[in-house]
Design a protein around this ligand. Sequence first.
Ligand code: T4K
Length: 402
Amino acid sequence: MRDSLEELAIFGGVPAYGQMLHVGHPNIGNHERLLERINHLLERGWLTNGGPYVQELELRIADLLGVKHCIAMCNGTVALEIAIRAAGLSGEVILPSMTFIATAHALQWQGITPVFCDCDPGSHNIDPRRAEEMITPRTSGIIGVHVWGRPCDVEALAEIARRRHLKLLYDAAHAFGCSHKGRMIGNFGDAEVFSFHATKFFNTFEGGAVVTNDDEMAAKMRLMKNFGFAGFDNVVYIGTNGKMSEVSAAMGLTGLESLGEFIEANYRNYRQYKRELADVPGVRMITFDETEKSNYQYIVLEVDETVTKISRDQLVEILHAENVLARRYFYPGCHQMEPYRSYFPHAGLLLPETERLVQRVLSLPTGTAIGPNEITGICHIIRMVVSHGDETQARLLARAAR
Ligand code: T4K
């Protein structure tokens, strides 16, 4: 434990951790069970194309979420692209800028214009009032993103979609296993999309899924993810290759068996971070509604530089030096990334809350790889540099001037 600023790695001390602590270090279930499943699939000689593990995973996920259809895919981005196409989106689609770039790219990739909407500063999710203001005659839909796993204002968005005759999709990449008013995420809008990337608390190496209660849309997406094949030599639809492989599904089935443990570890970490950062002035941790189901997979802080006297970026730099790989998700906001920055150079004028937020947020390591000692160490570093904010700032400036 550091006792003084001089001991910080950024000022020449030894890093607090010998190994990197990552935000997205994978949770892996029982190794034997996984290897057993992989052995089976090798013996079976069935590696992909909707094999038995994929079918079983789809049924288990649909059952877990209480949703009619789950269509497993090769990753969350392709799952988004397919859901967007199956929903018939075109022209313009409204989405938050406060999201991972894949949400925007999945539209632009198909020649649909992403229209970036501001977020609510409290929830970090798309602001429905602003979204409605952005509707034009070319708007075909809205994509809400349940950022950090906290559900969007699904009632307000559904009402806007109904009144304005728009499709409504959700990018639920962060929200697997979460609920809203007791109903599992996966049951809102026309369809919802999950990512099961290695860095998500539940992963299939690479993977994703679209879930929906709409039979017609589900049937379309099943065709689309398999080149549009409806049987041997019979293509009935434009399609792509969005299939999940059997080895990914084996990982998913194994991970599902440990889902409770993953969430428990995240929840334990969340409670400890919350406790140990509670009275650090200028640092606010985002919280989850504990009456709902949450996966607690993101530990997110908002840093108010006017109080801490050091910026979010300086805090990230200090943590990186200690081998704590804090991340600035989703800096600088999709609208500030190419090609959108060039297409819409003035988009930021309509996104004041997003622009403010992306300068303030940072994500900290959690998951099964992080234990109480690491969390105490990370919180101690944050507390120390913030409680000596002016001195830390002076030292950082002196270091930069050298
Ligand atoms: N929509 C939203 C809202 C999303 O957040 C995402 C993905 C998507 C859509 C698209 O879903 P996918 O097509 O990815 O299924 C990461 C992930 O790559 C990405 O899946 C995720 N969101 C995003 C929030 O984070 P990067 O570029 O920050 O990941 P990377 O490679 O830097 O990894 C994060 C940390 O995890 C690193 O410190 C290293 C560590 N790590 C990573 C991998 C892959 C490990 O320890 N082991 C590993 O195997 O994007």
